[in-house]
Design a protein around this ligand. Structure first.
Ligand code: HEM
Length: 405
């Protein structure tokens, strides 16, 4: 690794975090792909290539602990960090307890998802020209309704926890100069969310329902369960993941379709294309652009020796454009074969909500392609949210000639 590579990696990474890169960070990722695994000026390492990312996500000597030695004291937290950032064995146990309840509830949800998407679009039925904000009218309310129903969280409280989720996801973005006041504020928001969940747990203990929250507190004391603190951390994780990720998959998918009219026309005529098409959105414009890890031993990644105790910046969205793996990586190919994208991560932390998010996006995009006549983007690029990690449009205005039943 040369000094130039170190400077280039740091500069590219820093530029991806800047707001003006949000509409199109892909040229920066393309340049990252020219670099080997590279140490940056802050001591963290940039990992961009597909093979190196896969290695990082699958090596048990690489921890999900985000390790940030320079992070200021966050203040007193009312719940521990979620299993997203834990390793075996605690990660595996907590994840197992969640999957056991989550997966059976998601299987068989398709009809209900069709119904929800139908209702959201019916609210804008129009025989003449009109406009939709894909984010506010469909991409956000759909996953939020679904995660609230699944967890047993009252949707009328959405203004409260929606705001928490929004603030907390900003905290996922890497910061170049950690700001003590901001970090303490994040802890306060997280504590406020935990207080809100405490109220709900009391309520569900009295009146259990057919929901995940109740299922996480089985009446039988001999059944292995989430302890009280892990229960709160897990609920917060699921609530936030349900709020802040699928919205971007549906919005990014709509954007890709409207920028690629052939793909839109194909989806309208061949709804079965939705499965492959959504995988391509997860590759081409993934809702989670990057993640982080740390090494617990000296490890060679892509021919470079990374010392124990190093923080890794794992650029999922860059790996998704790696031409060693994907032919025409910069093209949106709705029926791309062997699409080994990194959109849901990989290894033991592979996304718990993948099946749900896929189904929501497949149904939403198919419905849009069928029901909108002559849809057009009102602004291209659309305005983007500030988030660099969970990246997506703030609004996505689409005009149409008709919104049919
Ligand atoms: C399009 C939507 C989504 C995308 C792109 C996405 C992406 C991801 C990615 C990349 C990871 C791995 C993070 C890492 O390894 O550091 C992950 C983990 C996770 N996701 Fe998702 N996610 C989505 C939706 C959801 C939903 C709807 C839920 C649940 C309601 C969910 C729950 C989780 C959980 C619990 C983990 C942690 C898994 C573990 O640590 O074992 N996700 N997701």
């Amino acid at each position: 690794m040369t000094t130039t590579e170190t400077t280039t990696a740091a500069e590219l990474f820093s530029r991806t975090l800047r707001l003006d890169s949000r509409p199109n960070p892909y040229p920066l990722y393309e340049q990252m792909l020219d670099l080997p695994v590279t140490e940056m000026s802050d001591g963290s390492w940039l990992v961009s290539r597909h093979a190196d990312i896969k290695r990082v996500l699958h090596d048990p000597r690489i921890s999900a602990n985000r390790l940030d030695p320079n992070a200021p004291d966050p203040g007193e937290a009312k719940a521990p960090a979620s299993f997203l950032v834990q390793d075996a064995p605690s990660h595996d146990r907590l994840r197992g307890l969640v999957m056991k309840e989550f997966v059976p509830r998601v299987i068989g949800m398709r009809d209900h998802l069709e119904e929800l998407v139908g209702k959201l679009l019916d609210a804008h039925l129009s025989d003449g020209p009109g406009q939709l904000d894909i984010v506010d009218d469909l991409a956000y309310p759909l996953p939020v309704t679904v995660i609230c129903e699944l967890l047993g969280v009252p949707q009328e409280d959405e203004p409260i926890f929606g705001e928490f989720a929004r603030k907390l996801t900003r905290g996922l973005d890497p910061v170049e100069e950690p700001d003590e006041a901001e970090i303490r504020e994040l802890t306060q928001v997280r504590n406020a969310l935990i207080d809100y969940l405490n109220g709900l747990i009391v309520e569900k203990t009295r009146n259990p329902g057919d929901d995940l929250l109740s299922a996480f507190m089985p009446a039988d004391p001999t059944v292995d369960r989430l302890g009280p603190l892990d229960l709160r951390a897990t609920l917060a994780l699921l609530l936030i993941a349900g709020h802040e990720t699928t919205v971007n998959l549906i919005a990014n998918g709509t954007l890709a379709l409207l920028r690629n009219p052939d793909a839109l026309a194909r989806l309208r005529n061949e709804p079965e294309l939705a499965t492959m098409l959504v995988e391509e959105v997860l590759r081409y414009d993934p809702p989670v652009q990057m993640t982080a890890r740390s090494t617990t031993a000296d490890i060679e990644i892509g021919g470079v020796l990374v010392p124990a105790g190093s923080a890794l910046r794992v650029m999922l969205a860059a790996g998704n454009r790696d031409t060693d793996v994907f032919a025409d990586a910069d093209q949106f190919v709705p029926d791309r074969p062997n699409n080994a994208h990194l959109g849901f991560g990989g290894g033991v932390h592979y996304c718990v909500g993948a099946m749900l998010a896929r189904a929501e996006a497949q149904i939403a995009l198919t419905a849009l392609s069928r029901r909108l006549d002559n849809p057009r983007l009102v602004a291209d690029p659309p305005p983007y949210r500030e988030n660099a990690v969970l990246r997506g449009p703030e609004h996505l205005l689409v005009s149409f000639d008709r919104l049919r039943k």
